[in-house]
Design a protein around this ligand. Structure first.
Ligand code: NAI
Length: 461
């Protein structure tokens, strides 16, 4: 439905995590907003990303727990995966959240405009011939699944995550191209659902953006789960076979499977939207801004996946809030990218914030950095859950903790404390005074701080 256009305090192009967060915060600050999107409110994260994938991962966990119930003395048989049932559960979660979001955005200060927008002047977005003029403009058009030159995504045998989320069956076998976040999450789901999975990663390790020891632990766990992976070998091409696909790696090695998932990163959605014509600087498609997310053109800001950095929904939320407050003259604090928590919801989960050991050593000098690994073997709750893994702390000697890295079941839930510690620049000695409930997995963090403060409890120094 097209709206009649008009003038607003802020015109926001894109109603994903970054765009809708900007709209909600702006409305709280009594600014008038036009929020424009060609698809559903909520964007990639809600409809095609974070939420539906985490629902699949939870169903995968239920499958594994059923399969492995005997080790807890519970007798149950995993009869099979009913993908229609899994998808109904997943779509139900998305549907409820979508309804909630629509309700949140229904308010006098926000005009939702459904349609494809284009920046036609430094202060104007045009939608279906209607002009929406903003005293400020926020670009929040998000990202799309990238492919590789010559690798054709057909949605049948060669899929992106968007197709993979809609599969109506469990593939008998799958090749996952890319061992980053999307790659390991889908590999984890499909393996739990019973597929034979092989990950192909060009870099020397899985989840290569994480601390090296974390990658090793994930690889160890994946080997145990019989998830195949080949690292350090560039992918060359894929061919269709009678029943599926055949992938070729440099050096001539091949892998065959029913389907191939392309998970080699996400590109910014900035093409043909008028950005460059209005003088905005793009670098490989990403919108360049200063640290206050201003593009340097007119009153145009950018948030979310189109801004270089971590492509995470919660970064988008924070940037959206930041820009709304900036426009309202509240002078918000600049967002520290290193302080943004990162969670990969595979089994095992990976969660981190701050600098890896390698980056901390680069930044501060190797002799200025200490690390401590607390093994979940000593953590009661983790033993109850029968999970392996560890919590790794990176600290500046006689200074704050600058990195927290965790691997193991449910570690994502611990990242809240980890990010507070990083962002408050806490010293281990300070955190060691605080009490962690027993038995929780959270205690593993507490134990690591005790140990770094020189007074380990359930650990050796
Ligand atoms: P990614 O950047 O995490 O991983 C892509 C991987 O593909 C890299 O390891 C890269 O080395 C590899 N690759 C690239 N070209 C290759 C080639 N020719 N052959 C073999 N491997 C190749 O990107 P991904 O996993 O596609 O995710 C996209 C974005 O979505 C990420 O920025 C991620 O942060 C976000 N996301 C976040 C999630 C979370 O927070 N839990 C879940 C899923 C996605």
């Amino acid at each position: 439905m097209s709206q009649p256009g008009g003038t607003f305090d802020i015109v926001i192009l894109g109603a994903g995590s970054g765009g809708y967060a900007a709209a909600l915060r702006a409305a709280e600050l009594n600014l008038s907003v036009a929020l424009i999107d060609k698809a559903e409110l909520g964007g990639t994260c809600l409809h095609r990303g974070c939420i539906p994938t985490k629902a699949l991962l939870h169903a995968a966990e239920v499958a594994d727990q059923t399969r492995e119930s005997e080790q807890f003395g519970v007798k149950a048989d995993l009869v099979g995966i009913d993908m229609a049932g899994v998808n109904a559960y997943k779509d139900g979660v998305v549907g409820r959240l979508y309804k909630g979001l629509q309700g949140l955005l229904k308010q006098p200060n926000i005009t939702v405009v459904q349609g494809a927008g284009k920046l036609v002047a430094q202060d104007t977005v045009e939608v279906d011939g209607q002009r929406y003029t903003g005293r400020n403009v926020v670009l929040a058009t998000g990202s799309y699944s990238r492919s590789l030159p010559g690798l054709e995504v057909d949605g049948q045998r060669v899929l992106t995550s968007e197709h993979a989320l809609k599969l109506d069956r469990v593939p008998s076998s799958a090749i996952v191209l890319g061992g980053g976040v999307i790659g390991v999450e889908f590999a984890s789901v499909w393996k739990s659902f019973g597929a034979d999975v092989t990950i192909l990663e060009a870099l020397p390790r899985l989840v290569a953006a994480e601390d090296e020891e974390i990658s090793k632990a994930v690889e160890r766990a994946f080997r145990k789960r019989k998830i195949n992976f080949k690292v350090g070998k560039p992918f060359e091409k894929v061919e269709h076979t009678e029943n599926g696909v055949k992938a070729y790696l440099a050096g001539g090695e091949t892998v065959e499977a029913e389907i191939l998932l392309v998970a080699v990163g996400r590109g910014p959605t900035t093409k043909d939207l008028g950005y460059e014509q209005q003088g905005i600087t793009l670098d490989r498609g990403f919108v360049i801004t200063n640290e206050r997310l201003h593009t340097g053109v007119g009153n145009i800001y950018a948030v979310g996946d189109i801004v270089p950095g971590l492509q995470l929904a919660h970064r988008g939320f924070q940037q959206g809030i930041f820009v709304a407050e900036e426009i309202a003259g509240k002078n918000p604090a600049v967002i520290d990218e290193n302080g943004i928590p990162r969670v990969t919801y595979s089994d095992p989960e990976v969660a981190s914030v701050g600098l890896t050991e390698a980056r901390a050593k680069e930044q501060y000098g190797a002799d200025k950095i200490s690390t401590y690994n607390y093994n979940l073997g000593g953590n009661g709750k983790s033993q109850i859950l029968k999970t392996a893994g560890f919590v790794k702390l990176v600290r500046v000697n006689d200074g704050p903790v600058v990195g927290v890295h965790m691997v193991g079941a449910r570690m994502g839930e611990l990242v809240g404390e980890a990010q507070l510690i990083y962002n408050w620049e806490a010293f281990p000695e300070e955190v060691a005074q605080l009490v962690h409930a027993h038995p929780t997995q959270n205690e593993a963090l507490g134990e690591a701080f005790l140990a770094l403060a020189g007074k380990p409890l359930h650990a050796h120094s």
